[in-house]
Design a protein around this ligand. Sequence first.
Ligand code: ADP
Ligand code: MG
Length: 316
Amino acid sequence: MNSPEILPDYAIQLKGLQKIYAAKGKMEEKHALKGVNLNIPRGSIFGLLGPNGAGKSTLINIVSGLVNKTAGEVNVWNYDLDKNPREVAAALGVVPQEINMDPFFTPRESMELTAGFFGVPKGERRSDEILEALGLGDKKDAYVRQLSGGMKRRLMVAKAMVHAPPILILDEPTAGVDVELRRQLWEYVKELHARGTTIVLTTHYLEEAQEMCDQIAIINHGEVIACEGTETLLSRMDRKKLIVQPEEAISNIPESIKGLNIERRIDGALVVTYRANETRVMDLLNQIRESGVRIKDLATEEADLEDVFVSMTTDA
Ligand code: ADP
Ligand code: MG
């Protein structure tokens, strides 16, 4: 590990990262990463947000040495993945998307094995402490196969931390984890972060990224389409929808409200997309009323991730 004086500015840096999965059987060749540039600052909780199939796991698996890249550079804690794979591995704790664990070990055994693999001296191991922190204190000697899905996932987080890496990567950490366990997991992650660990997590839930992360990169079809502080990103995509059901069907949108970002849905509802920062719903409603539309029913909706992608890619 590096000495403290030369702590890197960036925990992870990717330059022009590409991945092409070769065609196999009926599967066509897949360009999963199309030249990704990313700088993940040391000390951040960094979210990699994108829909299923965007390339998140491919990116994580390349960084953690499970998948070979096609082109580009990977730098972790100032070490080049090609030149110093062992140093890169030592700097990372990785919790993969898929749970993979030997069912015949107990959590304690599993932790000790991993610690041994990373060469952590016996006197420096903190297996019990980590298991306690993740709410697995009373399961230390149970068999892994007796643990629930959520417990297995937390055990994977525990195993990722045995060698006290400065970076923890979590790939879709809350898949299959119930609300209570999720809260416990986040508490532990926040605690690690407070103690200086850089956290990288992937998710396809905007809300999760929003709640946890101070920076978010959005990835779609193998490309990073936005990378910003969470606040800035959210303010750029504060789109909401106002859905108005008119009393009587209207054949044409009245002239006076055509200037709004307004559409007529197949069921006859009028849908206005607006920015919550700039527009008040009451003002919109008044304009619609004044145009002669009588309102039977109304609702608002948050823009979802799809809308966000659309607005990001069209804005750009
Ligand atoms: P995400 O984690 O964002 O859901 P992935 O990185 O798993 O996305 O997948 C990105 C794309 O690469 C998808 O189209 C997926 O089908 C494809 N892919 C992932 N792994 C493989 C593989 N081993 N062989 C071929 N294609 C793959
Ligand atoms: Mg994935």
